[in-house]
Write a protein that binds this ligand. Structure first.
Ligand code: DGL
Length: 360
């Protein structure tokens, strides 16, 4: 009798221990942040012919559920859900894709059961999508863009660890209020200042002079700086009722340049032109004449630079006050285009536009 009593006591103790353990797991799972992964394609969803194929692979072939399944560690850091928003190589990203994605992000972030969002994306235009979202997301919750420089089939593929880090970041309360971020190669970058600097190496994304935001180490993000510019919930742009954006194009400056491309873009209806000038946004004489003519037709002109770093000084290489042009500050041409598109949804006043380039 005593023997049976011991067995049943030990059984109850074991049952109680299991119940408590399951309860603690359930409680821990409840404590994990809810992160939604929005997949758009790119190399992180790419596949190659064999394990040494790191160029010449096919982007945008692997679905979001497979991306999540390939990183089972995600379940230890967040409660993850996946949505396949697009499945494209990011050189094909369009204004319409951006509006669809931004509206989905804002709907999700308005939900109390979503704590953060990760967007998997091709690296070719990742910096542009990140900056667009930095200006139109209406929440302080973390939004993290992530890509890969090698397809998942390659030796030392960088996608899985980049995705793990991105979810870590989106799930971390320290990431709240820091604007849209990019997680690549164990580094955290601000959407405004990061750019792709190498065609193929895993460390391609850099914020060269203004500095990255932080690092990932030992399953944790560490922050060292944040952007001084307005973003996300503090930004003035509202795309909720927009189904298209004003046409803004970029013309590139170089020795012996002619105004043919510029004139064609203006004739095709561009509402804004970003001039990616040489040096400090310098204008070749022939192009300057064509820009002045375009301005007179109401086209907004922004002087940026092909150089990639530094401030394009207002009234430096051109008399912007007299020509009624705008200087891009430190935004590279592809990001200046994004800010000008959104600016033109609110104003055609060049002084108001210039103020926006000093604000965002
Ligand atoms: N086609 C490029 C893109 O989707 C591949 C580059 C990448 O994703 O790393 O951006």
């Amino acid at each position: 009798m005593l023997h049976n009593h011991n067995i049943s006591t030990r059984f109850c103790q074991a049952l109680l221990a299991c119940t408590l353990l399951l309860g603690s797991y359930a409680e821990a799972a409840d404590k994990l942040a809810n992160v939604t992964i929005l997949a758009t394609g790119g190399t992180i969803a790419g596949s190659g012919a064999n394990s040494t194929t790191t160029v010449g692979y096919t982007a945008a072939t692997v679905g979001v559920d497979s991306l999540i399944k390939a990183v089972p560690e995600l379940s230890k850091v967040a409660q993850v859900k996946g949505e396949q928003v697009f499945q494209i190589a990011s050189e094909n990203m369009s204004n319409e894709h951006w509006l669809t994605l931004a509206k989905r992000v804002n709907v999700l972030l308005a939900q109390p059961d979503v704590d953060g969002i990760v967007i998997t994306h091709g690296t070719d235009t990742l910096e542009e999508t990140a900056y667009f979202l930095d200006l139109v997301v209406k929440s302080k919750k973390p939004v993290v863009l992530v890509g890969a420089m090698r397809p998942g089939t390659a030796l030392s593929a960088d996608g899985p660890i980049n995705l793990y880090n991105a979810v870590l970041l989106a799930a971390n309360p320290d990431a709240v209020g820091k604007g849209v971020m990019v997680a690549m190669a164990d580094q955290i970058h601000s959407a405004r200042d990061v750019t792709k600097t190498n065609t193929s190496t895993p460390d391609s994304f850099k914020t060269t002079e203004l500095g990255l935001m932080g690092y990932f180490q030992g399953n944790k993000p560490y922050f060292y700086r944040t952007s001084t510019r307005k973003h996300t919930a503090d930004a003035e742009f509202d795309i909720s009722k927009l189904d298209k954006l004003p046409q803004v194009d970029i013309v590139y400056g170089y020795a012996n340049v002619s105004p043919v491309a510029l004139n064609a873009l203006v004739a095709a209806g561009a509402k804004g032109i970003i001039h990616a000038g040489v040096g400090d946004g310098s204008l070749a004489a022939s192009v300057k004449t064509a820009l002045i003519a375009a301005r007179k037709q109401g086209v907004m002109i922004v002087r940026s630079s092909r150089v990639g770093q530094g401030i394009v000084a207002r009234n430096g290489e051109a008399n912007d006050d007299e020509l009624d042009f705008v200087a891009s500050d430190t935004l590279n041409p592809q990001k200046a285009r994004i800010l000008l598109m959104l600016a033109l949804t609110k104003t055609n006043d060049s002084k108001a536009v210039q103020k926006m380039f000093y604000t965002y």
